[in-house]
Design a protein. Structure first.
Length: 194
């Protein structure tokens, strides 16, 4: 429901406006209340890198309008409707460990920008992690699946606290993974094999 440009959802409200751009919408909250980012059904595409951070950094969960057919949320995290792509992890979600759900195959650009996560686990089936996908100051441990084929340039840039990378495959297979430049924080970590 929208009243005077204010979107109301189950006693949670925030002022926002949408502007069409790049074949989708940029979501520009002016204010988020109760740590919730609400996405109405008329948003049919999210260009995550177009989401203005600033005030947006206040939310810890994402809520969709009922009967959304474009996206879904799992524990307050935004995914494509089929669950194969993670789109946006809330920047103020305070979990120290995040295990992406089974079924995720692709990690979208700028999808996990969070300074609380210390350990992230990518499930079997993930094949690619896009550039600038994971950013945080406390990330210490990464678990990568044997299905990973490509870690794009700068996918883990500025995660200098990474100590351990656990790869669920052999060293021979790890050597075949394409790792783009500016991923020194992964390359210089202790790599553990299956």
């Amino acid at each position: 429901m929208k009243i005077n440009n204010q979107i109301i959802y189950k006693d949670v409200s925030y002022l926002c406006h949408m502007r069409e751009s790049l074949g989708g919408y940029y979501l520009e909250p002016i204010k988020c209340e109760n740590d919730i980012l609400y996405i109405p059904n008329h948003v049919d595409d999210i260009k995550v890198k177009g989401i203005i951070r600033g005030d947006l950094d206040t939310y810890s969960t994402i809520v969709l309008e009922e009967n959304n057919t474009e996206f879904k949320t799992i524990e307050g995290v935004l995914f494509s409707f089929d669950g194969s792509v993670i789109l946006l992890y809330p920047p103020q979600k305070k979990d120290l460990v995040y295990e992406l759900p089974i079924g995720v195959q692709h990690v979208y650009e700028e999808s996990i920008i969070n300074h609380y996560i210390e350990k992230i686990v990518f499930p079997e089936g993930v094949t690619e992690i896009e550039q600038y996908s994971v950013y945080g100051f406390n990330l210490k441990t990464i678990v990568l699946p044997s299905t990973i084929k490509c870690i794009q340039c700068s996918a883990f840039k500025n995660n200098w606290t990474i100590k351990d990378v656990y790869y669920n495959g052999t060293k021979e297979n790890w050597d075949k993974v394409v790792i783009g430049y500016e991923n020194d924080d992964i390359i210089n970590a202790d790599i553990h094999f299956e």
